[in-house]
Design a protein around this ligand. Structure first.
Ligand SMILES: [Fe+2]
Ligand SMILES: [Fe+2]
Length: 469
């Protein structure tokens, strides 16, 4: 069943660098053992209708066919070279780096390893979900996300092996050694150690947490280290589908709930998710994902920007690329009250990126609200909590805020916590809905059917075939 060793699909002319090719071929069986050990459980022999990237050309990056997951052709694809110049910071206008500049080696390694670690982590977090899928279509989608996160790991491991010598190889091994949620070798970022054991959480994760990934990748797609920019640009094309899975997944849960409410029915009695529970899951996952952008004021973020390692969202479309002499306005808690602060713009780069993310999340919430209206409801809405709500990173960590971002006491927060965040009972209820529905064209009671299928196929297509006899 294993992928043949000489076949790492790539567009980086791997065969011309025998040492690198051998190193990656040694890493490959370890990757496969990792996949078999902690990848999706119970479906490794099934044939899944999957998209595989075979090149970065428009006709090659989305090749669809039935594949058994362990035989998926994980490949290394970078966008083609162009004569880019460094697009921001103190090195603005200089040629991009084709090799790692010595003075930025540690920072780049840290950026790449932190990004890389999230890819296998999410596969581990989601490994049991196949067993409770709400439809065959959703089952296929989660596996698509899983194999592509595996490919993103390959993309990052290629950079580590190719550009960081021995410590890069060691980091690549460590990426397969850490495990989400374990005490002794957890994943680097905390959100990636949270178990995801129900599909509402999975859709929220793909909507909110994977979307942080999009913004991190977009910032790195501007990087002056050209191989990183070219790798992340191609990753972003795949990422779009993950975000679609999350946003449309939540939308279908909202639609089902909305249709029942419009018909005067109680979603609970119909084994669906009540609107206030959906709202609590939004509050939880949005706030958790906001933390991934880092502190509001960050000297690391300033250094990364100054050096030309990590830019702003769509930096290349902005007019000014130095971010010098400008400030960013913040409101932060200090001695029991909110105070205004002006910080140098470069130090607020995490917050600048978070701004774009929040706008994007709001766009999705607006769409869900339209779904509620279309289902026949008036006056029902979902919303995002304030970005200060329930934060564990930055100046708001350790303080308490309500959904509107007002500073409140701990006692006040505790008094409302069960209205604002999922309770143990909520989680148990959502989990109680998770029964597998794998018959073609059927969907679980708590979610609406997909609006359309994958790759122009009908919604009731046979996206997953049982193992061949
Ligand atoms: Fe990814
Ligand atoms: Fe993703």
């Amino acid at each position: 069943m294993a992928q043949s060793l000489e076949s790492i699909p790539n567009n980086v002319d791997l065969s011309s660098d025998r040492r690198l090719q051998r190193a990656l071929e040694q890493w490959q069986p370890n990757f496969l053992s990792w996949w078999n050990e902690v990848g999706p459980e119970g479906f490794q022999a099934h044939q899944i209708y999957l998209r595989t990237a075979i090149s970065v050309e428009t006709d090659g990056w989305a090749h669809f066919d039935y594949v058994r997951m362990p035989e998926y052709r994980w490949g290394i694809f970078l966008e083609p070279k162009s004569d880019r110049k460094i697009g921001f910071g103190d090195n603005l206008g200089r040629p991009v780096w084709e090799e790692v500049p010595g003075e930025h080696r540690n920072a780049l390694r840290r950026i790449i390893v932190t990004q890389a670690d999230t890819e296998p982590a999410s596969v581990e977090q989601q490994r049991l979900l196949g067993k409770t899928c709400p439809s065959m279509y959703d089952l296929r989608n989660i596996f698509q996300v899983n194999v592509e996160e595996g490919r993103h790991l390959w993309a990052m491991v290629y950079l580590l092996h190719r550009y960081f010598g021995r410590d890069g190889r060691e980091e690549a091994d460590e990426l397969l050694a850490r495990r989400s949620g374990t005490g002794d070798k957890p994943r680097i970022l905390n959100t990636f150690n949270e178990p995801i054991d129900d599909w509402l959480s999975f859709f929220m994760f793909a909507m909110f947490t994977d979307r942080d990934g999009k913004y991190q990748l977009a910032a790195l797609a501007q990087s002056g280290f050209d191989p990183l920019a070219r790798t992340t640009r191609f990753m972003l094309t795949e990422e779009a589908h993950h975000l679609f899975v999350g946003e449309s997944g939540v939308d279908r849960v909202v639609q089902r709930c909305g249709e029942l409410m419009a018909a005067g029915k109680d979603p609970r009695k119909e084994h669906a998710v009540p609107l206030e529970m959906i709202q609590k899951y939004i509050n939880f996952w949005f706030s958790l994902s906001l933390d991934l952008f880092g502190g509001e004021v960050s000297s690391n973020a300033a250094d990364f920007f100054a050096a030309g390692l990590k830019g702003r969202f769509r930096e290349d479309t902005l007019e000014e690329h130095k971010a010098m002499g400008e400030t960013y306005h913040l409101e932060v808690p200090e001695d029991g009250k909110l105070v205004e602060q002006e910080v140098p713009l470069r130090n607020a780069m995490n917050e600048v990126l978070r701004d774009e993310y929040v706008k994007d999340c709001q766009r999705a919430v607006d769409r869900w609200n339209k779904t509620l209206v279309r289902a026949g409801n008036t006056g029902l809405t979902l919303s995002l909590p304030h970005r200060r709500f329930h934060r564990a990173v930055g100046p708001c960590a350790g303080c308490f805020f309500d959904l509107e971002g007002r500073l409140i006491s701990e006692a006040e927060f505790k008094a409302h916590e069960a209205e604002w965040l999922p309770t143990a009972e909520d989680r148990a209820y959502v989990k109680s809905l998770m029964h597998p529905v794998i018959e073609r064209g059927k969907v679980a009671s708590w979610i609406a059917p997909p609006a359309k299928g994958i790759n122009g196929m009908p919604g009731d297509y046979e996206y997953v075939k049982p193992p061949e006899a």
